[in-house]
Design a protein around this ligand. Sequence first.
Ligand SMILES: *Cc1c(COP(=O)(O)O)cnc(C)c1O
Length: 463
Amino acid sequence: MDRTGSLRLRDKAAIWHPFTQMADWEKDDPLIVERGEGNYLIDTDGKRYFDGVSSLWVNLFGHRRKEIDDAVRAQLDTLAHSTFLGLSHPTAIELAEKLLAVAPPGLARVFYSDNGSTAMEIAIKMAFQYWGQREGGERKNTFLTLSEAYHGDTIGSVSAGGIDLFHKIFRPLLFSTRRLPTPHCYRCPYGLKRQSCGMHCADRMEEAVREGVEMIAAVIVEPLVQGAAGMLMMPDGYLSRMRAVTRECGVLLICDEVATGFGRTGAMFACGHEGVAPDIIAVAKGLTGGYLPLAATLTTEEIYCGFLGRHEEFRTFFHGHSYTANPLGCAAALATLSIFDKEDVFGRVSGLASVMAKSLERLAAHPGVGDIRQKGLMAGIEIVADRETKERFPSEMKIGQKIVRKARERGIILRPLGDVIVLMPPLSSTVKEIEDLVAAAGWAIREVLREPGVRAPDDSMLP
Ligand SMILES: *Cc1c(COP(=O)(O)O)cnc(C)c1O
């Protein structure tokens, strides 16, 4: 047996993969990635694939980017790890300053952790404890969240989430939150049309904040794009109204920028598009350019000060991880942020986003394409069985998975969210790579929907 075959067998004998039905995996010939090179991944047989989802939304400037490689190597020569509990190190200090310099105004303190879920877990615990130890704030012990939200996989972040497929089984373990319908125009929860709705969803959101003001510690939101829900885009102005009403009512606003942060949407942070400055922001994925697990929860001086006191008052934030502020991760993050100083990343993303939008337009005519949603270099193509009724394909047909698998034949790695085909290329992509990515996705959609047994109407309009 060749090396790839043998690695596959060993993988199947020893490993349990995340978010993966292992019964399917065991029957599959999984791709084993050996190397990365710019925007490409290379498998154990030497085949090159374009990294169409930025290694699950983390990669910003490609693989083996020289500045980041060098920074991690240099850090290795000084310190790989030392605890952050009671000690500090220069790279984390420098990174915290740099993060605060690019963060929305008002954020003044950086609390490190290792991944998006823990960054959100920390945001939730911070907000809860902040009110709990504030005079008159004890009753503010619940959160207002959006249905379809995704904030990670730990129990706290799952409690704030709303994707039944992932979260339902754990319901008995979760704390309850007040939930708002997802503001999402393609499948408006109120059955309204954007042209004539007058932003009913935002009116209802404001009402919910006002009604719950005594009880709500914070509103938790993925600003502008609910990623894992299937790239659902908020209507313009919703987020700024959320900020206005939370500020007016003295409710904290927690923005989960884990997916949207670091240029992904065309601004450093998505909340910047609407001039929104949250009280707490969680960042992870792009923070290290897709190199190492590092995350941060940024907060205001006011929240920070709520935890100060004499030792024996125990207002301390009792939270921390073995690898909090890992120096290698911090070095990768610093090098990543320095690329934003050197290059016009936002200009580039905006140019590439237009190219992507134009290419995506050509897919819109396909009868299997229900909706195309995009913000910057985050896009989702929602595949439906019937465009008129927006009816979905039965999940056992695994349409999304099949399309993604098909695209592999054209040298593209993708990962779907149900039947939403996600396109999230590195910010370092070229115009041609973006065009090829969309063309390959379109080709894969057309091929799969044409297969026998898939009810696909005429698709002659697709190029
Ligand atoms: C990915 C993601 C998380 C979880 O981050 P992990 O690093 O996978 O734990 C949280 N929130 C959002 C919006 C995400 O996209």
